[in-house]
Design a protein around this ligand. Structure first.
Ligand code: AMP
Length: 281
């Protein structure tokens, strides 16, 4: 495994890999790797000849007052995990390397970024779409792997790839969870013991939502209301949003028979967690 810090060196290595006729799988991450990230790496290994993992805490996708400074970082640990998982290249550029002085170009995916995390975190997806575009231009992957944990991100990237005619296949990968259902996340590190326990409310609410949808006895707004009440019964939880939408378009569904997503963002103490589940389709 090779660790690379500069865009020039990464491009040189990619050129060599391409000349050998090998396919490239790319897994973008912000590091502090866990089994969720590793599931993407495994999928990439199974699909492609050469696997590139990026580790970059991208400042342009954090808003003012968010956790950019505090975001957990441990590059040595991440490198060990990547090595163990058979990654070929870890691309870990500095902020200056990615956004040098005078940097001035951003990618904006419209409409589907006006809701959910896009609405609550203005500018977030502009930062995501920009950094992913830069990575795609540097790494030129045949396949790129994204977790369904960040479901709106997956939809935004698919839209961007389609609209900008990018030659990369986007692969969505299922959510990896802890034993008690909490979705694995680098941000779970922020939770103290009590908050960690309280955080199970997200998964429990999703299960409850799934059950209520299955009953076909309530309207979507009734189900949302019930879930709001349920989550609010946990004193440490503060709802940022809870939505039930069409899972393909992220539009308001006309019927409960469509492929649906229940998407949640909930603050547990100061930690904002997101989770979702897909139903039907
Ligand atoms: P992050 O480092 O949080 O930016 O995540 C990098 C990639 O890993 C994104 O595509 C995430 O959706 C994915 N990911 C994060 N957590 C999980 C999880 N629990 N299960 C599956 N994929 C995940």
């Amino acid at each position: 495994m090779k660790r690379i810090d500069t865009i020039l060196e990464m491009k040189k290595e990619i050129k060599k890999v391409k000349e050998q006729g090998k396919s490239i799988g790319f897994v973008p991450t912000m590091g502090f790797l866990h089994q969720g990230h590793e599931s993407l790496i495994k999928k990439a290994k199974g699909t492609c000849d050469c696997v590139v993992v990026s580790i970059f805490v991208n400042p342009t996708q954090f808003g003012p007052g968010e956790d950019y400074e505090d975001y957990p970082r441990d590059l040595d640990r991440d490198l060990n995990i990547c090595e163990k998982d058979g990654v070929d290249f870890v691309f870990a550029p500095s902020v200056k390397e990615m956004y040098p002085k005078g940097y001035n170009t951003f990618v904006n995916v419209e409409e589907i970024t006006d809701i959910l995390c896009g609405e609550k975190r203005p500018g977030h997806f502009r930062g995501v779409a920009t950094v992913v575009t830069k990575f795609f231009n540097i790494i030129k992957p045949d396949f790129a792997f994204f977790g369904e944990k960040d479901y709106q991100q997956l939809i935004v990237i698919k839209q961007m790839v389609k609209d900008l005619n990018m030659d990369v296949n986007i692969v969505g990968c299922p959510i990896i969870r802890e034993k008690d259902g909490l979705a694995k996340s680098s941000r779970n590190k922020y939770l103290n013991k009590e908050e960690r326990e309280a955080a199970t409310i997200l998964y429990k609410a999703l299960q409850k939502g799934k059950q209520l949808i299955g009953l076909k006895a309530y309207s979507i707004s009734e189900i949302k209301e019930r879930l709001e009440k349920y989550i609010s019964s946990e004193p440490k939880a503060k709802i940022d949003y809870i939505e039930i939408l069409n899972a393909d378009t992220l539009e308001i569904p006309k019927s409960l028979d469509e492929k649906l997503i229940i998407a949640l963002a909930v603050k547990i103490g100061k930690t904002r967690l997101i989770d979702n589940c897909i139903i039907g389709g």
